[in-house]
Design a protein around this ligand. Structure first.
Ligand code: PRX
Length: 662
């Protein structure tokens, strides 16, 4: 997305269409009274305290909030345990036999875990971690596919006060090493492999490479998933089933301070180095549980809830693991690709499990649209009662398709805006209350105060675009960047003052006071709902011996939201040859992960630069987006951009010509 929110507004489909909540839904919805919003606004600390009362506290808090901008402490002095809240209290209340997760592996194998079984497995795993020397405050890196052991390990960490740092299993060995080192983890939990699109992915091999590149890890627990042979290093590597299997299921939850760190999750910033977003215990669980309950309208005795994200991202942390479990809901957990073995895999599962709620990303919805409405139509989706969207703005066309073909016109859609940093949903319709506008996230969640501002930090008038800021602390907010508090201040709290959070997104307030999100205003790309920084991909490219310089930009893509376009110049001896682009793409996959591979890669003799030698990224964004390059008068080498424009045009024409498979 470019740096000008106004240009994004111009492309918005400004329609006044409003979809009221379906009557049947509104009649029983958890939030029916608009007063809730007004009350929460008037006494927002009181509102959050009310929400926190839904949890089990081992010691009550002395004070709701201590705000010393930009540092917040919520529920000061309170003590609780997240695993206790997600498991033990439900079992103690007599719900031990309720299923927590219906898990399904990609090959079709399945396992259901009740709350009592999950509690016991978590306790055993917690004892196993202790046996490996893990204690309160220690970091545990987790590199697992979507199998039940992933939430188990996270909850086991929470139970003993260890800090988990989950790394999405699609990330490369190098990315894993970087995250292990930054967090200072001694322990890694991984699996022999995972299933993806009918093949096995050798996860342990990547974990071995990652561990070889650091001397930090001295214990590695390995879950047997695929059964593929793996190397096990004596003394360091242990089979999960052996170590966990021999433990006792008794492990009292550690009473944690509300402000103790629960987890670190890395996300891309505007530099090459990912940021360790640090979340704590009491505030995080309060907001995650409360948003899950009120935004998804959870009815624990009836719902079968499915968030089809990966736990490796924040959506999975908050809305597969902690939010649903804190609310004692029954969830689906699925390991594999949504279109394997056939494009109707998800719909077949929704029908078989009678799922009632589905939460997924616009990029997935667009892929389903492309596959065709006959796939959902072949299944009985009448159990669904609410749909959710997250990760990027949902285009009105995808919204309507989702509403009609998945929701049967009967389900409210909640378009939820939030970030790894916010920890929980911040801007969203309330499903029993809000008259939905396709494409807009619309309203702050009760207690949240978003303000769209201009360059000077002044609120913009309705209809104008600007920068999204949050002007009140919120319980699930990040507390810092792991090991780099200065970067925390600089990135989020310096642009408009130390008490104004700058989200990095453009937004617009319409005449009705509804918020429209317009995408990033910085050098962060959003590819299939995943955040990547241009610099991160550039660093991976220049790390290849053939590359001298690289500039990366995102362009709009009908399926993935944005796609990565890379421009490179070659180093000294290196020559352009067939296969070079593939080699460079593979190199990026190796450095970061397949998700970061450029969709397009153009080799150029020169990149456009200012007289002081800086690459003019704005012009490259124009090229990436297929626009005529803007003002070139300040360039030191105006020929470079003309030559590059010509090459890009030719390459795209060639890619479109018949016979080219890419
Ligand atoms: O640009 C916004 C976009 O995703 C970014 C946050 O990415 P991440 O931390 O990876 O978390 C994704 C899942 C919460 C935001 O800065 N984004 C997320 N949800 C929406 C969105 N943009 C518009 N509408 C949304 N509903």
């Amino acid at each position: 997305m470019g740096s000008d929110p106004q240009s994004a507004i111009a492309s918005l489909d400004a329609r006044s269409e409003r979809v009221p909540p379906p009557e049947a839904f509104a009649a029983t919805a958890r939030v029916r009274d608009p007063e809730v919003l007004r009350r929460a606004d008037e006494d927002w600390q009181g509102w959050w305290a009310e929400q926190a009362e839904h949890l089990r506290w081992l010691r009550p808090w002395d004070r709701v909030l201590h705000w010393d901008p930009p540092h917040a402490q919520w529920f000061v002095g309170g003590r609780l345990n997240v695993a206790d809240n997600c498991l033990d209290r439900h079992v103690e209340a007599g719900h031990g036999d309720q299923v927590a997760f219906h898990w399904e592996g990609e090959p079709g194998d399945a396992r259901s875990l009740t709350y009592a079984e999950l509690r016991d497995e978590v306790a055993r795993c917690a004892n196993a971690l202790r046996e490996l020397g893990v204690g309160k405050g220690d970091r545990v890196n987790v590199y697992l596919p979507m199998i039940p052991e992933l939430p188990v390990v996270m909850l086991a960490c929470a139970r003993i006060g260890a800090i988990h740092s989950v790394v999405f299993a699609g990330f490369s060995a190098q990315s894993l090493t970087d995250r292990i080192e930054d967090a200072g983890s001694r322990v890694l939990v991984t699996a022999d492999g995972s299933y993806r699109k009918g093949r096995t992915v050798p996860l342990k091999e990547a974990a071995d490479d990652a561990m070889a590149a650091t001397d930090l890890v001295d214990a590695c627990l390995v879950v047997r998933r695929t059964g593929d042979p793996v190397a096990m290093e004596p003394g360091r590597d242990h089979w999960y089933h052996e170590v966990v299997g021999r433990q006792d299921a008794d492990c009292p939850p550690e009473p944690m301070d509300a402000e103790d760190v629960l987890f670190i999750l890395y996300t891309s910033g505007t530099t090459g180095k990912p940021k360790g977003i640090t979340h704590t215990t009491g505030g995080y669980l309060t907001q995650v549980a409360s948003t899950a309950r009120l935004v998804f309208d959870l009815q624990p005795d009836h719902d079968v809830y499915w968030c089809a994200a990966d736990i490796g991202w924040v959506t999975g942390h908050s809305y597969i693991v902690y939010g649903p479990l804190a609310n004692r809901v029954t969830s689906l957990l699925y390991e594999g690709a949504p279109d394997h073995p056939a494009p109707d895999r998800l719909w077949e599962m929704v029908a078989r499990h009678r799922a009632t709620i589905l939460y997924t990303a616009p990029t997935a919805i667009r892929a389903f649209m492309r596959a065709g409405p006959e796939h959902p139509a072949a299944h009985d989706l009448s159990s669904l009662r609410l749909l959710g969207s997250v990760g990027e703005p949902i285009n009105p066309e995808a919204w309507r398709w989702y509403h009609e073909h998945i929701g049967g016109g009967r389900c409210p859609i909640v378009d939820t805006w939030w970030q790894t940093e916010t920890g929980a949903i911040m801007i969203t319709p309330l499903p029993g209350l809000t008259h939905a506008k396709p494409g807009a996230a619309q309203q702050p969640f009760p207690g949240i105060k978003p303000v769209v501002v201009d360059d000077r930090g002044d609120p913009v008038a309705p209809g104008e675009g600007g920068y999204l800021t949050l002007q009140r602390p919120w319980p699930a907010m990040l507390r810092t960047i792991w090991g780099d508090d200065q970067r925390y201040r600089d990135t989020y709290w310096s642009r408009f003052g130390s008490d104004v959070y700058f989200a990095g997104d453009g937004a617009k307030l319409d005449e009705d006071g509804d918020l429209w999100l317009l995408g990033r205003v910085d050098d962060v790309m959003n590819v299939s709902g995943h955040r990547l920084s241009t610099t991160e991909v550039e660093s991976a490219l220049v790390d290849h011996p053939a590359v001298a310089e690289a500039a990366v930009s995102g362009r709009a893509d009908a399926l993935t939201g944005q796609a990565i376009v890379a421009f490179v110049t070659l180093a000294g001896e290196a020559e352009e040859h067939d296969g070079l682009a593939d080699e460079l793409r593979a190199h990026v996959a190796d450095r970061i992960g397949k998700l970061a591979r450029p969709a397009e890669l153009h080799v150029a003799p020169d990149l456009p630069k200012t007289r002081s030698g800086k690459i003019m990224r704005r012009l490259l964004t124009d090229l990436a987006e297929g626009r005529e390059p803007g003002d070139v008068t300040t360039l030191a080498n105006p020929d470079a951009i003309r030559a590059l424009a010509e090459r890009t045009r030719q390459a795209r024409a060639a890619a479109r010509s018949p016979g080219n498979s890419e």
